[in-house]
Design a protein around this ligand. Structure first.
Ligand code: ADP
Ligand code: ASP
Ligand code: MG
Length: 542
């Protein structure tokens, strides 16, 4: 076999989501972007299933398990979609002659699997993972064929042989060490400069197919980037970056140019669907810069996720929300001064594998309140009431009281801890707009302030908060400094020191857009230059 073909530290990992590969036309855009990247160096390409495929496969599986024969029609439709895409992508009969029988064989296998589910009337998590895996297997093979038809060699990298997980089907956990070894093995045996891997899927130690959780293709790409020590990770999607709020809720949401790993993690944990939350950790650990870019507007700047971005003008970096939340309230005089109640509560929930989204405890220690997914309420009630059955029986604790129909709205920003008054503004804006706050939690990092409100109030709350923290009208003054010698340099230092004060106190947004000396010219994107690092940035500028 060939030796190591190239140094993987020059590798770029690019991931394209479901909309980006939804049709032949869109896959054409992907090919153009990847071809440009290949001119810079080797590329690891990760693709999702054709948009909507995973949902369609789950639907077909559930229908089959319920004895509903409509699953056959659903699978035929999917087959038609893939065949149409293949036809449009592969112009020559020779190329089509190769992929079409393969696609037909895959759908015959899928139909066999679905027939089995129908016959048994049961869809286990393991079988569901197998069923869903066809989405990414099909899309990745189609993309390989499309590159090859254009004379660009591509190696198909089977993620089931690269990423090792445990056997928690539906949301498997990655074994980093084995994954690292498997990726190295693949790399040593591959000379192609382009790899194409299916996102979302992996395998356990027995070789059973597993999946990484819905939206998990982002995570696949991050795992590969980290295992390779890649130069950068790019997540290509259908919006121009991570936005200040969910664009489906806030029309004026706008891209965040630069954001820290921690802020991105926090926003995605609290519902920003653009990035699957576990994605951040592997690249953060290796210090790999991550971009979020728009397949349909590749020239847009997008979002750079990095170690220390310049501070956000309004302190808050972004807003996010999670729906379908329930609060569980454990309350009673029996808790006062008795240690260990909280530990028992969390241990009981953990044993039942129930995820706690948020915790608050009143200072009187009279009650503990935890936020869980609404769907988990019956299970949580069962385990908690059982754990505390003695205390409830003796009247020292109330039976667990769930409240449903709630949501979390979170403000996220690294610098919130240095700026008193953010929570005050949050409460007063929500209060003025008639939004009742049921609970609050502020992480110890103070990077996140979360409020629990009624789910019906989310749209209103996010919009008024967005207006308060992102749409305040600042008077903008743009400066360009030509010849930053002694005087110019001092001026830049003063501007840097005063920027936040001027914005917060006088509503003046003073930005330096360009600095030039006789040798270099540094020009900013929309957000203004970073005045902490301008001397080095200017030296590095063209
Ligand atoms: P992909 O299929 O490319 O992985 P997703 O649908 O998973 O794309 O994520 C992109 C979508 O996330 C956007 O179309 C947008 O509607 C939604 N979204 C929610 N919150 C945000 C946010 N804060 N910034 C950007 N997009 C967001
Ligand atoms: N296709 C999978 C899903 O829809 C994974 C992904 O798109 O990231 O969840
Ligand atoms: Mg996604």
């Amino acid at each position: 076999m060939a030796g190591r073909a190239f140094d993987t530290s020059s590798m770029q990992v690019l991931k394209f989501g479901g909309t980006s590969v939804a049709s032949a036309e869109n896959i054409g855009k992907v090919i153009a972007i990847v071809t440009r990247a290949l001119a810079q160096g080797p590329v690891g390409l990760v693709v999702s299933a054709l948009g909507g495929t995973t949902d369609a496969l789950i639907g077909a599986g559930r229908a089959a398990a319920a004895g509903d024969e409509s699953f056959r029609q659903a699978l035929r439709q999917l087959e038609g979609r893939h065949l149409t895409a293949a036809e449009a992508l592969l112009p020559t009969p020779a190329a089509q002659a190769e992929i079409q029988p393969w696609l037909t064989a895959q759908f015959a296998e899928l139909a066999g699997l679905a027939d089995g589910i129908f016959a048994l009337g049961e869809l286990s998590p393991r079988t569901l993972d197998r069923l869903m895996s066809y989405g990414e297997l099909l899309s990745s093979r189609l993309v390989v064929a499309a590159f090859e038809a254009r004379g660009i060699g591509a190696a198909w990298a089977d993620s089931r042989q690269l990423i090792r997980t445990n056997s928690r089907f539906g949301m498997a956990q990655v074994d980093e060490a084995t994954t690292g070894q498997q990726v190295t093995y693949f790399q040593k045996n591959t000379t192609e400069k382009l790899w194409v891997a299916p996102g979302f899927i992996a395998a356990d130690a027995e070789g059973h197919t597993t999946t990484l959780g819905r939206g998990g293709s982002d995570y696949t790409a991050a795992i590969l980037a980290a295992s390779l020590g890649a130069e950068k990770l790019e997540i290509w999607t259908d919006v121009s970056g991570m936005l200040t709020a969910d664009p489906r809720l806030v029309r004026s949401a706008r891209p965040i140019a630069r954001i820290s790993y921690e802020e991105a993690m926090e926003l995605s944990h609290f519902g920003a669907k653009v990035l699957y939350a576990p994605t951040v950790q592997p690249v953060r650990q290796r210090g790999i810069p991550m971009w979020i870019k728009n397949t349909f507007a590749p020239e847009d700047y997008g979002t750079l996720v990095e170690v220390s971005p310049p501070p956000s003008p309004g302190v808050v970096r972004g807003l996010s929300s999670i729906g379908h939340l329930a609060l569980l309230n454990l309350e009673g005089s029996g808790m006062v001064g008795v240690p260990g109640f909280a530990a028992r509560l969390f241990a009981a929930l953990a044993r039942a594998r129930l995820n706690v989204v948020l915790i608050t405890q009143s200072s009187s220690e009279h009650s503990i309140c935890v936020g869980v997914n609404e769907a988990d309420v019956p299970a949580a009630q069962g385990v908690v009431n059982e754990e505390f059955s003695a205390e409830i029986g003796a009247g020292r604790l109330e039976p667990l009281r769930p409240e449903t129909g709630l949501a979390i709205v979170a403000l996220v920003g690294d610098n919130m801890r240095n700026h008193p008054g953010i929570s005050g503004r949050l409460f007063s804006v929500l209060g003025h707009n008639g939004v009742n706050i049921r609970a609050i939690a502020q992480g110890a990092s103070e990077r996140n302030i979360s409020t629990v409100i009624r789910a019906d109030d989310v749209r209103k709350a996010i919009n008024v908060l967005h207006e308060e923290f992102f749409e305040a009208t600042y008077k903008q003054v743009n400066l360009s400094i030509l010849g930053p010698g002694n005087v110019g340099g001092k001026l830049l230092g003063q501007v840097g020191q005063q920027q936040t004060y001027l914005r917060d106190k006088l509503g003046l947004d003073l930005r330096v857009m360009a600095i030039a000396n006789s040798r270099h010219c540094l020009v900013s994107d929309e957000s203004g230059l970073d005045l902490r690092t301008w001397p080095e940035d200017l030296d590095a500028a063209p």
